[in-house]
Design a protein around this ligand. Structure first.
Ligand SMILES: NC(=O)c1ccc[n+]([C@@H]2O[C@H](COP(=O)([O-])OP(=O)(O)OC[C@H]3O[C@@H](n4cnc5c(N)ncnc54)[C@H](OP(=O)(O)O)[C@@H]3O)[C@@H](O)[C@H]2O)c1
Length: 249
C-alpha cells in the first residue's frame, strides 16, 4: 500500500487532498497543530473510505520542527511514497504592522519547513529512484502582493524552489510538482484577516485538479488563473493592492 504524508491536512485543501488519496487506497499520514481536528479528519477518512491513516501533531512554523516531524514518521516505520507540503498561512495587513516573529514563523512554515521536508524525502528516495513531491504554492507567487506581501513573497519562493528541485530530482526518478491555486474557499482567508473573494474555487475541486494533473511540474487550476499569467506582473500587483487594501480593517 502506498503512503502519502500531507502537511496541514486537518481541513481545507490538505484534507481534500487526503480524501483523493484515501479514495485511491493510499495510507494517509495527516499533520496539523491541533490533535482533536486531526482525529476528526482521521475518523472521516476511515468512515468514508476505510482508509489507513495516522496522525502527527507538529507545528511546522517552529525552526527544527520539519526534522522532528520527518523523524517521527520514519521512527514509526513509514516511508512515504509521496510528500505534500501543504501547510501554509498568510497575513492581510500593512507589512510593517505585522510583528517580526509572526512573519518569521510564516517563512519557517511556508518555506523553510517545505524545503527541509523536500531534502529529507529526496535523501530517502534518491537510491530507489521513485517518489513524488507536491508543494502547494499559489497564483500569488506570480506577482508581488501589497498588503499581503510576506505571503506572496513566500509563495514565489515555493514556485522557484520547486521548479529548480524538479530539474535536479528528475534524473533520480523523483517527480516534483508545484500546485498554484487561485482563491479557494477555505478558512485560510478568515484566519489571514480577510475574506474569501466571490467565485473562490471549492476546495474539493481544487484538490481533485491537483491530484489529477500532478504529473506536470506546474499545475494551475482554472482557465482564468492560467490566463492571468499573460498579464504583466506590474498590472496584477496594482489590482491585488487595490483589492487587498479594501479588505484592511
Ligand atoms: N485558500 C486559498 O485561497 C489558497 C489559495 C492558494 C494557495 N493556498 C495554499 O494552500 C495551502 C492550504 O491552505 P488552505 O486554504 O487549505 O488553508 P486552511 O483551510 O487554513 O488549512 C490549513 C491547514 O494547515 C494546518 N496548519 C496551519 N498552520 C500550521 C502549522 N504551523 N503547522 C502545521 N500545520 C499547520 C491547519 O491545521 P491547524 O490550524 O490545526 O494546524 C490546516 O490543516 C496553504 O499553503 C495556502 O497557502 C490557499
Amino acid at each position: 500500500m502506498k503512503t502519502v504524508l500531507i502537511t496541514g491536512s486537518s481541513r481545507g485543501i490538505g484534507f481534500q487532498l487526503a480524501r483523493c488519496y484515501a479514495a485511491d487506497g493510499w495510507f494517509v499520514l495527516l499533520n496539523g497543530r491541533n490533535e482533536e481536528s486531526l482525529r476528526q479528519a482521521q475518523v472521516l477518512l476511515e468512515n468514508e473510505y476505510h482508509a489507513g491513516t495516522d496522525i502527527f501533531v507538529c507545528d511546522l512554523s517552529v525552526t527544527g520542527s520539519a526534522e522532528k516531524l520527518y523523524d517521527s514518521v520514519r521512527r514509526k516505520g513509514y516511508l512515504p511514497d509521496c510528500l505534500i507540503n501543504n501547510a501554509g498561512v498568510g497575513y492581510l495587513e500593512r507589512s510593517w504592522k505585522i510583528p517580526e516573529d509572526r512573519d518569521e514563523a510564516l517563512v519557517v512554515l511556508n518555506d523553510i519547513s517545505m524545503m527541509t521536508l523536500c531534502k529529507l524525502f529526496i535523501r530517502d528516495h534518491a537510491e530507489s529512484g521513485t517518489g513524488t513531491i507536491i508543494n502547494i504554492a499559489s497564483t500569488g507567487a506570480f506577482q508581488p502582493g501589497p498588503y499581503i506581501a510576506s505571503y506572496y513573497a513566500s509563495k514565489s519562493f515555493v514556485v522557484s524552489y520547486s521548479r529548480a528541485l524538479a530539474a535536479e530530482a528528475e534524473q533520480y526518478g523523483i517527480h516534483v510538482c508545484v500546485f498554484c491555486p487561485g482563491p479557494v474557499d477555505t478558512e485560510f482567508y478568515e484566519r489571514s484577516g480577510g475574506r474569501a473573494p466571490a467565485g473562490a474555487m471549492d476546495a474539493c475541486r481544487a484538490a481533485r485538479y491537483c491530484y489529477k494533473h500532478q504529473s506536470r511540474n506546474v499545475v494551475i487550476p482554472g482557465l482564468l488563473n492560467r490566463a492571468a499569467l499573460l498579464v504583466p506582473s506590474g498590472i496584477k500587483m496594482k489590482i491585488v493592492g487595490f483589492l487587498k487594501k479594501k479588505q484592511l480593517k
